[in-house]
Design a protein around this ligand. Structure first.
Ligand code: FRU
Length: 476
């Protein structure tokens, strides 16, 4: 179908389902969502001429995956977002089964999008093309077609180009599967953004160290003097508290040798320890901050069980977070601009919790930010969130846990990580999401939650003794 027809069809679907979508109590207040249908990866995240652009993988016609569009949001401040016209539709031979994930880069006067053209034939055989689209106004994009075809040595699971510039050379990193079915990050270089030369796999899964059969959405950037490779590997088995989601998302920190195209790196760490987090993308903004946004979802992980499906939409993106390297790991903190959303501050200093669960007057709600400083702790601390989720810190074992009622079967399920000490929590709650920043972003837990409407209760407790200070803000 032609671009204009697809745009019209998608816009009609938005109109048609508007009331159904908007009548959902689980619609979020400050997270980016699809107007209808399914959202997955954040794409093309960039600040261009002062404005933040954040595109997203969008399936307008159903709450499942398929031939993706690029939806488009813009913002002056990462808080107030405008939903713009559709940026890309799967309208051409080289992207007819989806304008898959990719990134943005700006040149003097153009905004350029690099994305994967996904093509499938009648038998389901896949082809992949790395494509370019350009814009002079940041709103209307002109497709230029494929700039890179599948090199030898890889299967057609080869996608999600992330492009950057270093020392006057352009680089592109692509998520790839080698013909022996291992995940890799493949590096390319170019002087003109049109002709790309393969340098090699900078990192990948090996026989000795299984890191999965496919790596999606790689992102490579310099941060605090190190090189960071962020990627979403598929095919890693759970190991105790690690890798409990269906697919993983994490990073290597190290040094990239551009000559040999090798990343020497340390261990793989998960970027987020919650239930729903995948395919994040970063950008370097005009203030020099490395900001990350993730998809609050995981492919194939009970996607068909989210209750929002009854209202014809599914999934959302995370809040934007600033990244830093601290002690060999990435730490994440919400961008400071989000403080603009704060209102109705209520705070309590030195609340003693002795073998009890306590509610604090005015510390309740559905859409809020909580700051909890742990002043004193012996043994155990917990929080109950809207009778649906529970945060538990077991100090004796050094384990931090997020529990929730599963939206798939109602049973309690959990995600945990090792944590030597608990100093502080910063929690962002929205109508159907939670993002927990532990110890100033040392660990982050992101999840969708579906509590009963009107259940506003938040409680703090300890099975032994704890003293905490709590501040709550309602978020508009
Ligand atoms: C990750 C992903 C990407 C792909 C896109 C398709 O969630 O599978 O690899 O480009 O989603 O929507």
């Amino acid at each position: 179908m032609k671009h204009n027809e697809l745009v019209q069809k998608a816009n009609e679907e938005v109109q048609k389902q508007h009331n159904t979508v908007m009548s959902d109590d689980y619609r979020l207040h400050y997270h980016l969502m699809p107007p209808v249908g399914l959202i997955n990866d954040p794409n093309g995240f960039i600040q261009w001429k002062g404005t933040y652009h954040l595109f997203y993988q969008w399936m307008p016609f159903k709450t499942g995956h398929g031939a993706k569009f690029w939806g488009h949001y813009t913002s002056p401040d990462l808080v107030n977002w405008t939903h713009e016209q559709i940026a890309l539709t799967p309208s051409d031979w080289y992207d007819k089964n989806g304008c898959y994930s990719g990134s943005a880069i700006s040149t003097k006067d153009e905004l350029m999008l690099f994305y994967t053209g996904n093509v499938k034939d009648a038998e389901g055989n896949r082809e992949t093309y790395q494509c370019l689209a350009t814009s002079k106004d940041g709103l209307n994009f002109e497709k230029k077609g494929p700039v890179l075809e599948l090199p030898e040595g890889y299967t057609a699971h080869f996608r999600d180009p992330k492009v950057w510039k270093k020392d006057d050379v352009y680089y592109m990193i692509i998520g790839a599967q080698s013909v022996d079915i291992k995940g890799h990050a493949a590096l390319f270089q170019s002087s003109d953004l049109l002709n790309w030369e393969l340098l090699g796999n900078i990192a990948g899964s090996t026989d000795e160290n299984n890191m999965g059969y496919m790596w999606e959405c790689p992102d490579l950037f310099e941060l605090d003097g190190q090189d960071v490779l962020l990627f979403s590997p598929q095919g890693i088995d759970a190991q105790g508290m690690l890798y409990n989601n269906v697919y993983q998302c994490g990073y290597y920190i190290g040094k990239l040798d551009y000559e040999s195209a090798k990343l020497s790196h340390g261990e793989f760490y998960e970027l987020d320890r919650g239930f729903e987090f995948y395919a994040p993308q970063t950008t370097l903004d005009e203030n020099g901050r490395r900001i990350v946004v993730g998809w609050m979802g995981v492919p194939d992980q009970n996607e068909d069980k989210h209750p929002t499906i009854a209202h014809k939409w599914i999934h959302c993106l995370t809040i934007p977070r600033v990244l830093h390297v601290r002690d060999g790991k990435l730490i994440q903190t919400p961008v400071v601009e989000l403080e603009q959303m704060r209102g109705n501050e209520v705070s309590f200093g030195n609340v003693a919790l002795v073998n009890e669960l306590k509610e604090l007057e005015g510390v309740s709600g559905e859409v809020l930010e909580l700051k909890v400083e742990v002043e004193k702790l012996s043994g155990h601390f917990e929080m109950l969130i809207r009778d649906h989720a529970r945060i538990v810190y077991n100090q004796t074992e050094g384990i931090f846990t997020l529990e929730r009622h599963s939206f798939a079967d109602g049973k309690t399920e959990s995600r945990s990580c090792k944590l030597n000490e608990l100093h502080s929590l910063r929690i962002y709650l929205d109508t159907s999401s939670i993002e927990i920043f532990v110890n100033d972003g040392e660990e982050v837990f992101t999840a969708r939650i579906y509590p009963y409407k009107n259940c506003r209760k938040i409680a703090f407790g300890s099975k032994n003794e704890a003293v905490v200070s709590v501040t709550k803000w309602d978020l508009r």
